[in-house]
Design a protein around this ligand. Structure first.
Ligand code: FMN
Length: 216
């Protein structure tokens, strides 16, 4: 809670900033091919879906991260279709992965992560304490440049609906893989945009923490 108050105060002053990266930030992380079979039956995953806010610090192994990102917002068809819907198939959501070694943008077409910021921005992704130390904070960004065909008044709500669908994919993947997760709107959007170096037409919508549950 103390950290939350400190972050709130820093946020008000516009000084909520990333920490130095832990380790070398690789420019491109080529993810191993995702597993598209098996896993927990859908009804069982739905039965155990929940929000959790207590995380272990342990890193997520690369194959698990690969499966998670593909489940979230990967390309699941030869025509570039994705695991979550988007209005007019605009695919306007950009998914960023804040890891200890850097913040990365997920590229579904190549199933790779591209470095966006060579800093540890996890702390900046939300006011709640656990975001600092959990191994992964996802950030959902709406790229308004991809929504030219969507009426302006609808863009934010359509993008939020698409982000919600991706977030639920993450929830179900987490439920099926013994992971904890929580979607979060209590975030400092300006601080995140600054930390990621976003353009003015890239809008931060939500964040979502993922990790192993805290050991009891
Ligand atoms: C749009 C949205 C924003 C949310 N923001 C936060 C948040 O900032 N922090 C948090 O701890 N939980 C947040 N939650 C999670 C809700 O608190 C949680 O889903 C709700 O309490 C129901 O619990 P359950 O997910 O375990 O069913 C958010 C959920 C949604 C859908």
């Amino acid at each position: 809670m103390t950290d939350t108050l400190v972050k709130l105060a820093l946020g008000v002053m516009g000084r909520l900033r990333p920490r130095p990266a832990m380790g070398d930030a690789i420019t491109t992380i080529e993810l191993p091919a995702p597993e598209r079979r098996g896993g927990m039956p859908l009804m069982e995953a739905l039965a155990s879906r929940r929000s959790s806010r207590e995380f272990a610090r342990d890193a997520l192994p690369l194959p698990l991260l690969s499966n998670l990102l593909w489940a979230a917002w990967g390309a699941n068809r030869p025509d570039g279709g994705r695991t979550a819907p988007s209005a007019l198939n605009a695919q306007e959501i950009e998914l960023y992965a804040a890891l200890p070694a850097g913040a990365y943008r997920y590229d579904a077409a190549t199933h790779a992560l591209h470095l966006a910021a060579a800093t540890d921005i996890r702390r900046v992704t939300g006011y709640q304490d656990f975001v600092d130390e959990a191994p992964l904070d996802l950030v959902y960004v709406a790229d308004h440049r991809r929504m030219a065909l969507v009426p302006v008044a609808q863009r934010e709500s359509f993008a939020s609906a698409a982000a919600g669908a991706i977030a639920q994919n993450v929830y179900l993947f987490a439920a099926g893989n013994g992971l904890a997760t929580v979607i979060r709107a209590w975030i400092d959007r300006d601080a995140i945009a600054k930390a990621l170096g976003l353009a003015h037409d890239q809008q931060v919508l939500l964040s979502q923490t993922v990790g192993y549950p805290a050991k009891r």
